[in-house]
Write a protein that binds this ligand. Structure first.
Ligand code: A3P
Length: 307
C-alpha cells in the first residue's frame, strides 16, 4: 500500500508464522517467550485484542494495591511482551532485529529482572506462551466478538497502516488476518482450561453486569481476596468514568507511565458498552458474521452475551 511505505518500519505490521503482528512485537520476543521462566506468583492477563485487556490491567492493579490507585506499580506494566517494546528503541529494519536480537528483546532484559508479583499482558495464543505458564496465575478475558470487532475498528480507523472499513474489519477478523490472528482458536484454547486451578476465565459482559462478583473472582484467582470495603472501592475505581478522570489527572500532572505516556492516555478507554455493535453492523454484515460464527463455534459450549 503506497501510504504505508512512508511510515517508519516500527509502525507497520508483519507476518510471523502465519499470523499478523504490529511491528513493535518482535519475532525474537515471540520465539524466546516459549522458554521464558515463569514464577508461581506471576499474573498473566491474557486476551484477544479489544476484549477489555487494559480494563483488566487496571482492575488487577487496584486489587494488588488494595484499592489505592496511587500505589499501583505502573512501571511493572511496561514489563509486558506487548508493551515493553514500545518503550525501547525500535529496530529500524528487520536486518537490525537479526543483528541485535538481545537488544531487540527488552522483554528478556527487563521482565526477567522485574520484582514479584509481575503482572504481564499478552495477546498471543496459548501455544506461543511460556510452556509452564499454568504454574502461574492466568486471568483470561473474553468478549463477544461483534463488540470486539467494532472496538478494533474504532481503535485503528484513522491509522493509515490499516485503512479499515467496517466491512474489511469484519472480513479480517473472520479470515484471521487481523493482528494477533485467530480469535476462535484463542478463546477456545483458554475456555478448555477454564476449570484449571490457576486459570480464571472472565467474560467482559459479566464484569460489566456484576462487577463486584467478578472482581472478587479475579482477586481470589490471583490469591488476593478482598474485604467487602476494598472490593467496593475497586468496583468504583474501575468504572470507566472513574478511570477516565484518574488518567486525565495523571496525564495533566505529567506522570510518566503507560497511561499517560507510551500509549496515550485514552487510547484504551473508549465507550465501554455491551451491544454497541448493533448500531454499526449492517444487516448483511451481521448475517454473514452469524453464519461464520455458528459454523466455527458449532462444536463448543462456549457462548457469548451479545447485548
Ligand atoms: P470499546 O471500544 O467497546 O469501548 P483492550 O484493552 O483489550 O484494547 O479493550 C478496549 C475496550 O475495553 C474498549 O471497548 C474500552 O472502552 C473498554 N474498556 C476499557 N476500560 C473499561 C472500563 N473501565 N469499563 C468498561 N470497558 C472498558
Amino acid at each position: 500500500m503506497a501510504v504505508n511505505q512512508n511510515l517508519p518500519f516500527y509502525r507497520l505490521r508483519h507476518e510471523f508464522k502465519g499470523v499478523m503482528y504490529p511491528n513493535f512485537v518482535l519475532d525474537s520476543s515471540i520465539k524466546r517467550l516459549r522458554t521464558f521462566p515463569v514464577r508461581s506468583d506471576d499474573v498473566w492477563l491474557l486476551s484477544f485484542p479489544k476484549a477489555g485487556t487494559h480494563w483488566m490491567m487496571e482492575i488487577v492493579g487496584l486489587i494488588l494495591s488494595d484499592g489505592d490507585p496511587d500505589q499501583i506499580n505502573r512501571s511493572l506494566y511496561s514489563s509486558t511482551p506487548e508493551m515493553i517494546n514500545m518503550d525501547q528503541p525500535f529496530p529500524a529494519t528487520r536486518e537490525d532485529e537479526k543483528i541485535h536480537p538481545v537488544n531487540m528483546s527488552p522483554f528478556l532484559d527487563v521482565v526477567e529482572r522485574a520484582p514479584s508479583p509481575r503482572v504481564m499482558l499478552d495477546h498471543l495464543t496459548l501455544d506461543l506462551l511460556p510452556e509452564d505458564i499454568l504454574k502461574s496465575k492466568v486471568i483470561y478475558t473474553a468478549r463477544n466478538p461483534k463488540d470486539s470487532i467494532l472496538s478494533w475498528f474504532e481503535f485503528v480507523k484513522d491509522d493509515p497502516v490499516y485503512s479499515l472499513t467496517m466491512d474489511k474489519t469484519i472480513e479480517e477478523f473472520m479470515n484471521y488476518t487481523m493482528n494477533w490472528g485467530c480469535w476462535p482458536k484463542h478463546v477456545r484454547q483458554f475456555w478448555e482450561l477454564r476449570d484449571h486451578e490457576n486459570v480464571t476465565f472472565v467474560f467482559y459482559e459479566d464484569l460489566k453486569k456484576e462487577p463486584a462478583k467478578n472482581i472478587q473472582k479475579i482477586a481470589s484467582g490471583i490469591g488476593h481476596p478482598l474485604s467487602d470495603e476494598t472490593l467496593q472501592r475497586v468496583v468504583e475505581l474501575s468504572h470507566i468514568e472513574s478511570q477516565r478522570k484518574r488518567f486525565q489527572k495523571m496525564a495533566e500532572s505529567g506522570q510518566e507511565n503507560l497511561v499517560s505516556n507510551a500509549s496515550g492516555m485514552y487510547t484504551f478507554l473508549n465507550k465501554g458498552i455491551v451491544g454497541r455493535w448493533k448500531n454499526h453492523f449492517t444487516v448483511a454484515q451481521n448475517e454473514a458474521f452469524d453464519e461464520w460464527y455458528q459454523n466455527i463455534m458449532a462444536d463448543t459450549d462456549l457462548s457469548f452475551t451479545f447485548e
